[in-house]
Design a protein around this ligand. Structure first.
Ligand SMILES: [Cu+2]
Length: 211
């Protein structure tokens, strides 16, 4: 259950962002520590008050204004570009599969619209295809999270949030509620089974037959 082992495009974007920010701000930390050590050990020498003021202003403008503006702009631009991949934007071709997920204290109700298939605490999806989850809560605020497939999405009573999720390969992915929702919160787990698309169709037909 690690976001740093992504298994889908949206989770991959989150992982890139994480590593990018980690690398960038590690450099900032190293630069700051280096400046700090340099400032402690440096002999101030003989400078006039005016010269000292000029140097001080230069550091305030450079380190206090320019550096943060550049840093935040870079993080913002990369963040917005990667964030686009997490949104349920219209697809170039066709419609994504829709699944309705309702959170309850403390379990997950999963419905496949137009099929009558209802599951508890498990989702089945076709691998390699985007799936739109329509998330809603029946009681309190919950949050849907499958770390290896996508970011978190809060679930509220009376409001539907859409989360796009995709698994690159078939497999079992674990998910959990990530918003404290009462005494059963810690045990509010679920699994996502990603199948080959043909197997998924077969599974869906079988489930429909069982109803
Ligand atoms: Cu919870």
């Amino acid at each position: 259950m690690s976001t740093l082992q992504p298994a889908g495009p949206s989770a991959q974007a989150s992982a890139w962002l994480w590593w990018g920010m980690f690398a960038f701000f590690s450099l900032v930390l190293i630069a700051l520590v280096w400046l700090w050590i340099h400032a402690m050990r440096r002999d101030p020498g003989q400078v006039s008050d005016r010269e000292a003021q000029r140097l001080q202003n230069r550091w305030v403008v450079g380190g206090g204004l320019l550096l943060p503006v550049v840093s935040i702009s870079v993080v913002l631009m990369v963040g917005i570009a990667l964030g686009q991949r997490m949104l349920a934007l219209p697809l170039a071709d066709g419609e994504p599969l829709r699944i309705e997920v309702t959170a309850h204290q403390w379990w997950w109700e999963v419905r496949y619209p137009d099929t009558g298939v209802v599951l508890k605490d498990e989702l089945h999806i076709p691998a390699g295809q985007p799936v739109d989850l329509q998330l809603i809560s029946d009681d309190v605020v919950h949050s849907f999270w499958v770390p290896r497939l996508a970011g978190k999405m809060d679930m509220f009573p009376g409001r539907t949030n859409v989360l796009r999720l995709e698994a690159d390969k078939p497999g079992t992915y674990h998910g959990m509620c990530s918003e404290f929702c009462g005494v059963g919160h810690a045990r509010m787990h679920f699994v996502v089974e990603a199948h080959l698309p043909a197997d998924f169709e077969l599974w869906l037909q079988q489930e429909q037959g069982n109803d």
